[in-house]
Design a protein around this ligand. Structure first.
Ligand code: BGC
Length: 778
């Protein structure tokens, strides 16, 4: 229905003022029900008869706008006027007013380039269809066209990075007919992701006046959203404040905005003289503090509320232990997810980026999927990834992609195309994600195959490498692990996951078609399979065997290139962690993990890893008998470590291990976010090893659970739980007094294989209790 409507825009001379569109309509008969379908190039907020339609913030969300723009459907029956309020003696004829305010949002000058991202949409536009269902069974459809009027709204300026300027003073609106925008309609798709909503509110904890007379309000938590003010100022009075994540401690103590780069994060409000509650419309900020640059009179903290905004995902995962600093770390990871899951998995929410960096999402996806139900969230984002993927299978660095081909195809970033769907399949056990993403997954592996050398070592291209690792000298962005080493390792890993996905789909397809697996797999073309069936379209055993051979060849090439005399030739923590986690060491596993553990211990139980090595480091150690060393890294408090940032007062995860250095100074201004979830990927080790919660790959979605908690005496107790689709899964353990005994209480929603010390038990649904001695923990 929405495709019958027209894209409409405001006259170009509105400049930077956000337009508001208006349509009045009367229902000619008694109405039984009404809906409205809405979308925009930009972000919209709609009201019917003065009441807000729905509660989706930043609708219609952010997608690959050149090919996919979501539309939303709202039931507006309850918002329609029942009768003409002015002439009650006449038959019920309702004169309703629909108003839609429009901001540029992500379709504007987005990314740090600040140029127009989507030149095909030079102006923002809306599209809308109202459907009135009458009691007599007939219908009437009202569509957006030139009969809609446009006027300047009170939002004089709006930008995601820079904030908003809002003039609350009444002004006479000059309504002019809206203009038709010649934008395509085949890009319109129904809402696919989660709705973005205002999720919680936080009151200030402190008012700070610095020696240089700055008035700062501290909300006690670094967050993403905006500030709501409730105040009364004289008409024309200007309120202005900026947002920041941290205060500068070293040198002059002050508000610190240098790490925001060009993002102003500034709100300006011009009062109309009334008591008003005001919050901005089409902008969000990453902040813990605001600085009042213009505020007349005293400051009453009651007038300020921080509104936390993110995709409305259901919380599913919890972790708690006896170490309060580790608990704070876990809390910071949760806040990192809240702050960066605003419709798209972003790197950070504050500086002039806020983009869907593929590498960051890939690193964090498992943790994210345990903490919250992110199935829909990733289905949408991965559909955008597939839509943005290049013909040759290459993957842009950010999805949706406002930066063109720059930085595209980096190893570990582009691999998000394979790793993310595989993880979403594992966590939720629904193979549809593999079915819809399979082409994209295969295209990425084929792309890497096409650009790797003849001997399957991937030496070409631009790669980020072990981003922000510490083993390459002060100030380096990429760590010391050679990029071609990482690239070849990921080539092998993604190929192995593609093969697994392939097998899942073949199995599914044969089962669905009730064809004997063996026969169908061998020769799918003989069977009358559904056109959409992946097996029909080239997924067959013969081609699969080609990829299985490819995988073996990459592993052999890797070993040939990087293992000499049973040792990895690249002597970095990341090189070892990756080789172990991706299972590339062959018979040299034991010596590789020993070398890794020795390196960590020789470095004072401290890590040196960046984005690539960090998510695997602890797993590589504990999977291979060195859980004590992994625990030492988790519990390390000196720089560099996770708890170093906690000791420095962090309430979210920092981009850099040394975002704030020991002496209180900052890492360089250019790239120093305090809300970057990537290093928070350590939470999947807390769930998966400390509490031992894992799903069986052959019965994913926790249909069959593998439970193998690995306690350590340095924690008295730990517990984690995940709400799975089969019910609650939880794992708790504690040390009992001085006895050295460990008591376990495990609740499984289905069957499970439980390993406690040296013993393995096959169990059914229910609560299971065990005890063991510390010495039995491996
Ligand atoms: C982002 C990262 C991203 C990186 C690419 C940065 O500017 O904030 O998180 O992955 O660029 O290396």
């Amino acid at each position: 229905m929405i495709k019958q409507a027209n894209w409409i825009k405001a006259p170009a001379d509105f400049g930077e003022v956000c337009p508001v569109f208006k349509k009045t309509f009367a229902a000619s008969k008694e109405v039984a029900g009404a809906t409205v379908l809405l979308s925009a190039i930009g972000v919209y907020e709609a009201h019917l008869n003065g009441k807000r339609i729905g509660d989706f913030i930043f609708a219609p969300g952010w997608t690959a706008y050149q090919s996919r723009v979501q539309f939303q459907e709202y039931d507006i029956t309850g918002l329609l006027l029942k009768e003409n309020p002015h002439e009650p003696e006449k038959p019920p004829v309702s004169e309703n007013t629909l108003e839609i305010t429009l901001g540029r949002g992500w379709s504007g000058a987005f990314s740090w380039y600040r140029h127009i991202t989507y030149p095909q949409y030079p102006q923002s536009a809306i599209i809308c269809a109202i459907k009135l269902k009458y009691a007599d069974g007939t219908e009437e459809i009202i569509i957006s066209d030139e009969s809609f009027n446009a006027a300047k709204s009170n939002i004089l300026y709006s930008d995601i990075y820079d904030g908003e300027i809002y003039d609350a003073r009444p002004s006479k609106k000059e309504w002019v007919p809206a203009e038709i925008a010649d934008y395509p309609k085949d890009i319109l798709i129904p809402q696919q992701g989660d709705y973005v909503r205002e999720i919680e509110e936080i009151k200030p904890v402190k008012f700070i006046k610095t020696l240089i007379k700055e008035r700062i309000i501290d909300f006690g938590q670094n967050l993403t959203g905006y500030v709501k003010i409730n105040t009364k100022k004289p008409s024309g009075d200007v309120i202005e404040f900026r947002h920041a994540e941290v205060l500068r401690e070293k040198g002059t103590f002050r508000f610190y905005t240098e790490n925001l780069r060009t993002a102003l994060q500034r709100m300006t409000y011009i009062s109309n003289g009334e008591q008003t509650e005001y919050k901005p419309h089409f902008t969000f900020q990453g902040f813990r503090y605001i600085k009042l640059d213009k505020w007349s009179g005293d400051v009453d903290l009651d007038d300020f509320t921080a509104v936390v905004v993110h995709s409305d995902m259901k919380r599913t995962g919890y972790f708690e232990c006896s170490n309060e600093k580790v608990n704070q770390l876990f809390k910071n990871i949760i806040w990192g997810q809240k702050g960066n899951f605003l419709d798209v998995p972003t790197d950070c929410p504050q500086r002039d980026e806020r983009c869907g960096w593929t590498g960051d999402a890939q690193v964090f996806v498992r943790t994210a999927s345990y903490n919250y139900d992110v199935k829909r969230f990733f289905e949408k984002w991965l559909a955008d990834l597939a839509a943005e993927q290049y013909e040759d299978g290459g993957v842009p660095a950010v999805i949706p992609n406002p930066i063109g081909e720059m930085y595209a195809n980096s190893t570990a970033w582009g691999d998000a195309a394979v790793i993310c769907p595989w993880q979403i399949y594992l966590t939720y056990g629904d193979s549809d994600i593999l079915k819809t993403q399979f082409d994209s997954m295969k295209k990425w592996v084929d792309y890497v195959r096409s650009v790797a050398d003849e001997n399957l070592i991937w030496t070409e291209g631009t790669h980020f490498g072990d981003w922000l690792a510490l083993d390459n000298g002060e100030g380096a962005n990429s760590g010391a692990t050679p990029k071609e080493y990482i690239a070849t390792a990921y080539f092998a890993y993604s190929t192995s996951l593609l093969i697994k996905a392939w097998k899942v789909l073949m199995k599914d397809s044969c089962e669905k078609n009730s064809i004997k697996n063996e026969l169908c797999r061998k020769n799918p073309s003989q069977y009358d399979l559904d056109e959409t069936d992946p097996i029909k379209n080239n997924l067959n055993e013969m081609e699969l065997s080609e990829y299985e051979n490819l995988y073996k060849d990459i592993v052999a090439a890797f070993q040939n290139e990087y293992i000499k005399d049973g040792k990895l030739t690249v002597k970095t923590q990341t090189a070892h962690a990756v080789a172990l986690y991706f299972d590339l060491c062959g018979e040299n596993k034991a010596s590789t993990v020993k070398d890794l553990a020795d390196m960590v211990i020789a470095n004072g139980n401290k890590l040196t890893t960046g984005f690539v090595g960090t998510p695997y480091l602890l797993h590589a150690l504990s999977d291979n008998g060195y859980s004590e060393v992994a625990y030492s890294l988790l519990l390390q408090e000196e720089f560099p470590s996770w708890l170093f940032s906690v000791n420095k007062g962090a309430t979210t995860i920092w981009e850099h291990w040394d975002g704030i250095k020991e002496d209180g100074s900052f890492w360089s201004e250019g790239m120093n976010s305090f809300n970057h979830y990537a290093f928070g990927a350590v939470a999947d080790w807390m769930y998966g090893v400390v509490c031992g919660i894992n799903t069986d790959e052959n019965a994913p979605g926790f249909e069959h659970v593998i439970l193998k908690p690995v306690p350590d005496k340095r924690l008295e107790h730990a517990s984690a739980s995940i709400d799975t689709k089969y019910g609650k899964l939880s794992s708790k353990w504690h040390y009992e007094g001085e006895s050295g005994k460990i008591i376990y209480e495990l609740e499984v929603p289905n069957t499970a294989t439980i390993t406690i010390g040296d013993n393995t038990y096959e169990t059914g649904k229910g609560i299971h209790r065990y005890e063991t001695d510390h010495d039995q923990i491996n």
